[in-house]
Design a binder for this molecule. Structure first.
Ligand code: DGL
Length: 279
């Protein structure tokens, strides 16, 4: 009996992209929650950070990446970058026949369901906070919730320097988070790919009464639901000995491999550099 079209579709990989390495926190959750799926990851390491760039630039970059991922025959695309989700998602979703899962909507939904006192904080890059995207989505669910955003631009370089648990990070986090503590939020969205890696520091400073929402975790859950709803989940694990996942970057493959392996257990051996401007 021949293989049906749907059987073939189910075996196609998931495209995941980010401005750089931070999206590996989303990959980590996808690997945990959807172990059968193959991932094709692209990290735009040559053009990171997106968080300080304009909506137009981030949208242009994101469109190139989507063209690249589509050339790899992916069955769905995960926009793992909060900034790209905030700036480009609407344009990306236009005229597309494959599902897109972003990191903002799943995080916003859980935060709206979690808050008891109606005050939600969001920490993210300048571009994400400037877009007000989390506020828009949370208010669509419940217009009475107050959303307080705080840009934390120093967190990304601190995380990339490996200072996940360090007095310098403590000091800067204390300054950034003080206004959210004063406003007495009870829920805080970690609205940037890198922030789950300093979750312990943020949690300690905010206190136990504040629930931290990790959009990476919520995104993997959403992806699972979307694949199931469209009958696109891969029912079988990858064959032994095959390399299940593939990693592409726009620069600095060695640095990417080193950092990515500090985030996930998979054991990445190689990453291919591509000319993303060609797409
Ligand atoms: N990946 C970005 C985000 O989640 C953080 C790094 C950057 O500024 O590009 O917003």
């Amino acid at each position: 009996m021949g293989i049906t079209e749907n059987e073939l579709e189910r075996k196609m990989p998931i495209g995941v992209f980010d401005s750089g390495i931070g999206g590996m926190t989303v990959v980590r959750e996808i690997m945990r929650q959807l172990p059968n799926e193959r991932i094709i990851y692209f990290g735009d390491t040559a053009r990171v950070p997106y968080g300080s760039k304009s909506k137009e630039t981030v949208t242009r970059y994101s469109k190139q990446i989507v063209r690249f991922l589509r050339s790899q025959h992916v069955k769905a695309i995960v926009v793992a970058c909060n900034t790209a989700s905030a700036c480009a998602l609407e344009e990306l979703e236009r005229d597309t026949d494959i599902p897109f899962v972003d990191v903002v909507r799943p995080g916003a939904k859980v935060a709206a369901q979690t808050t008891q006192n109606g005050r939600v904080g969001v920490i993210a890059t300048r571009a994400t906070i400037g877009s007000d995207i989390y506020t828009t989505y949370i208010r669509r669910i419940n217009p009475d919730i107050q959303v307080i955003g705080k840009a934390c631009p120093l967190f990304v370089p601190l995380v990339e320097e490996g200072l996940w648990q360090d007095p310098v990070t403590d000091e800067i986090a204390t300054r950034y988070l003080s206004e959210l503590i004063d406003i007495d939020i009870d829920t805080l969205i970690l609205g940037c790919t890198h922030y789950p890696l300093i979750r312990a520091t943020v949690g300690r400073i905010m206190g136990e009464h504040v629930t931290l929402v990790n959009p990476a975790y919520e995104t993997a859950r959403k992806l699972k639901k979307v694949l199931e709803a469209r009958s696109l989940s891969n029912p079988e694990p990858a064959a032994l000995g095959t390399s299940q996942h593939q990693f592409f970057v726009s620069d600095g493959a060695d640095q990417f491999i080193h950092f990515a392996n500090s985030i996930i257990k998979y054991g990445i051996l190689s990453a291919k550099v591509i000319q993303i401007e060609d797409y």
